[in-house]
Design a protein around this ligand. Sequence first.
Ligand SMILES: Nc1ncnc2c1ncn2[C@@H]1O[C@H](COP(=O)(O)OP(=O)(O)OP(=O)(O)O)[C@@H](O)[C@H]1O
Ligand SMILES: [Mg+2]
Length: 361
Amino acid sequence: MESFPRKELVSVIQSGMTGSRSAFALAVGRFATKLKHTDLPLAQEIAQFLSAENVMRGAGDFVPAPVDADSRMELVETIFPVVVPKRPVFNGTVQDVLDDVLKEWRSLDVLIQEGLAPARMLLFCGQPGVGKTLAAYWLAQELKLPLLTLNLATVMSSFLGKTGNNVRAVFDHAMSRPCVLLLDEFDAIAKRRDDDTDVGELKRLVNVLLQALDDWPANALLIAATNHGELLDPAVWRRFDHVIQFEPPSAELIETYLADLPMEEKVRKNLAALLHGESFSGIGQLVNSARKTALLEKADLVPTLVKNAVRLRMSKGNMAKPQEGEMLLMYLAGHSRREIATSMGKTHPTVGSVIKRYLGE
Ligand SMILES: Nc1ncnc2c1ncn2[C@@H]1O[C@H](COP(=O)(O)OP(=O)(O)OP(=O)(O)O)[C@@H](O)[C@H]1O
Ligand SMILES: [Mg+2]
């Protein structure tokens, strides 16, 4: 026979007196779930108050956006509504985790009733330009929440001794409202405590951070992004619900990214293979600059894009078959297939097939 959930009731009272609104709601959810075994009508009566709406109303006291005490600069930038014009492309593993997070947030009502919190803290790791910041924007857009970005330069540029206060102020502000808080370049504030440099100061800072992560409510999503996951303090690492590793895109993913550009499938596949090894941000820049050239010089988009891509790969010395690159550049500069064949010592059909593969002509 189950007994009255005394422990859970004490937690309810404790979090009601000291914690956030969402911590209180979660404690009530846990209490009501246990109480079902001994007093179902009372449990149901209590559960009526547990709704996502009530939790998302945020804390009672709104904390205004903080500024640096010395420079008076804002410590956090707020965007609302967040609009991501093109749906980002992620590999299956990353997309699955992001979808799970969204599903949990959209099922907040069901979770709270059982005293369960949705994923509250995510850590995004990966090289520059793979979509970490973009993924944070995308989540904020999908959840229809404001995106708050910690202004790292301001937070850290103040006298070192103030950094901890600044970080704490940003957290207090973010915790007081439903939002997505993005901590970009997270390694800068979450370095290992045993790092030799600035030991005392960094230790204090990491402790501020750990405390804030422990207090983090269930009605806000914290996303930390870093290029250097390995630099993070293991104690920081452990607190995240999900650590997501963003990889540079595969050729297939690049092909998906290029899907809205008008070109033959074969050409798209070949272009994606050519660009394999570049980051999404590099590819995005390439596409944008080709779009502008095509518009301003009334050129065709695909040859312009291919030319830029070949040039980029050749200049980095990582074009798999540099001779093909030279042939293409000659062709795009106006030389005939025959001229190219003669100059490169290749047969006419060989040149023709390379051009067809890259340009579909
Ligand atoms: N997965 C993706 N899908 C579509 N576009 C992408 C993707 N990743 C990056 N991009 C493009 O590259 C740009 C830069 O990406 P983003 O800022 O998200 O990179 P990051 O991983 O945060 O890099 P950094 O470590 O330098 O901050 C985006 O604005 C977008 O145009
Ligand atoms: Mg970024």
